[in-house]
Design a protein around this ligand. Sequence first.
Ligand SMILES: [Zn+2]
Length: 178
Amino acid sequence: MHIININQDGICDEAKFIASPNLDVRPSPDDISLIVIHNISLPPNQYGGNGVIELFTNQLNPDEHPYYAEIAHLKVSSHFFIRRDGELIQFASCNDRAWHAGASHWQGRERCNDFSIGVELEGSDFEAFEPIQYETLKTLIASIKARYPIQAITGHSDIAPGRKTDPGAYFDWSHIKT
Ligand SMILES: [Zn+2]
């Protein structure tokens, strides 16, 4: 397995870094034990545009699409975003708390953002992901595990049931089971 370096500042050498302002300090900086898998596409189910980058950097134009008007006020981010072509973008240091999970719980703990790393795949609940996205994801997971004491990998829908549906039924967990 190819491993990419995540340096001590929590930055991945081989990712394109685009800084999000939507982050803060983890309450327990050494507790980074969970990876949360998501899907996102903006506009919904459309790929290749700048909507997700604009959302995570508070630059989404509410006039550009009806759905943007509903979400442009949100202050959200994720540590990583994997595009359909496998490109890896990083928005927040892994050492920081990105705002990807919202109200959530995992094994009796609340606020999963406190202790997790968020990975968004460009996609939707209604379509398969690209093989190259799984390749990037597998490399990223191995790289995160080389730096942080990850105990589990879970889906957003698993930590926010009833509220979130991603990464959805098309996400094939067999790719990342170790
Ligand atoms: Zn999600």
